[in-house]
Design a protein around this ligand. Structure first.
Ligand SMILES: [Zn+2]
Length: 206
């Protein structure tokens, strides 16, 4: 693990999310019928930003999450080693990192605004395949949900972890990484003040 890797995600809450044995295991899916089903979680129980890219923390969308998830947190996160997406709090199936597994990421924007980034969107921006589905019957024992903050500097570093075609030259890789960094920043930048994000009620009420 290099020092650079260590800077990619700045932890602001707790170092990682090991199972807390003294916290009773709880189904993550709120719906009692569907939490007992075998197989992958149903789409209606997946907590993620409505636009499948980002949403502001503490706004209406997030306040509705508790209707789907007992943990009130996005269903999927990104591995802090490889940035593939998978069930938040679970160990990454690809690199088996013990550094928190898949973590739901938000970016601090301005002074107060915090912007959740959709895990699958982020993984696809970095050309990461191998998304792991959450299962309907999964339970959690977290004291706090697996959510972490990164600075915008973190996005720049993330782009260096992009997946590239083998044949691509180093300088081309660097250009693609820089473009991707700007693209992600640009989309997030134009998202944080977007009135449809801030004022729209969740589709759950419709
Ligand atoms: Zn990983």
């Amino acid at each position: 693990m290099s020092d650079d890797d260590d800077q990619i995600i700045r932890i602001t809450r707790v170092p990682w999310w090991p199972e807390q044995q003294d916290v009773p295991a709880k189904y993550i899916v709120v719906n009692e019928e569907r939490q007992k089903m075998d197989g992958p979680i149903q789409d209606m129980d997946v907590v993620r930003p409505m636009n499948k890219k980002f949403t502001l923390r503490g706004m209406y969308e997030e306040k509705e999450w508790i209707k789907q998830s007992t943990q009130n947190c996005p269903t999927y996160g990104n591995c802090r080693e490889c940035f593939r997406s998978g069930p938040a709090g679970m160990t990454c199936g690809h690199c088996k990192s013990d550094r928190g597994g898949y973590l739901s990421v938000y970016v601090l924007r301005g002074v107060r605004e915090k912007q959740f980034i959709d895990a699958e969107w982020l993984a696809s921006k970095l050309n990461k395949t191998g998304h792991v589905n959450a299962m309907a019957g999964q339970k959690a024992r977290w004291r706090t949900p697996p959510i972490i903050q990164i600075g915008t500097f973190g996005i720049n570093l993330m782009s260096t972890k992009m997946e590239h075609e083998e044949s691509m030259s180093q300088s081309d890789r660097e250009w693609v990484q820089y473009d991707t960094y700007l693209e992600i920043e640009d989309e997030l930048e134009h998202g944080w003040w977007n009135p449809t994000i801030v004022f729209n009620r969740s589709v759950l009420d419709e």
